[in-house]
Design a protein around this ligand. Sequence first.
Ligand code: IMP
Ligand code: MG
Length: 208
Amino acid sequence: MTAERADAGQNNGLIEFNGYLIEKLISENELQAITQRLADEIYRDFKGKNILLVGVLKGANLFLGDIARELGRGNPEIGRLPMPVEIDFLQVSSYEGDTSTKDVKKRIDVSTDIKGRDVILVEDIVDTGHTLTWIKNQLKDRQPASLCVCVLLDKPDRREVFLKPEYIGKSIPNKFVIGSGLDFNQEFRNLPFIGVVVGPVKTSARAR
Ligand code: IMP
Ligand code: MG
């Protein structure tokens, strides 16, 4: 086994990744099932329309890719035909480390004219609700035909402003989660499942 493979090893049910022990909260299989259900719901509501998925960078990048591919794949079992979508991104910043700041700043805007478009904002997680509320207000001013929100994860107990996403992958308790696009200080985004950092790998057990 290479050092890299050992780095992603198991340890009492915890997974080693990036020098840390991670507790798995949502497996890859469950993430796939969530993605399929959300695609089913979006198709049910928007079939025949030319929707624009707008991902919030960087966290929503992987989730948006999964949703877009699933819509493009279709699901013959329930009669869901492959659905073409357009994709765009924007970037804001409101987090420092694991602390949310209410001070949202725009970094990158969408390049699409959203006037008259059916827009689905795609985000990794809604926590206090400040980020998505701010983004929604910005986009609403540009008069899309419709604007709704699809999130992979929801932490309803943390909400400070009212925000109810139309499409929710899974509601989770108030824990800081990583993986599948979600980071802690820019790390862990490519962990293929959702987890919680439990602590560092003990030095003696580390491969490096
Ligand atoms: P809100 O404005 O508090 O709703 O924060 C939403 C943003 O905070 C998300 O787009 C994430 O980037 C980040 N965030 C909130 N909770 C977590 C978490 O548990 N892990 C990683 N990022 C998080
Ligand atoms: Mg984010």
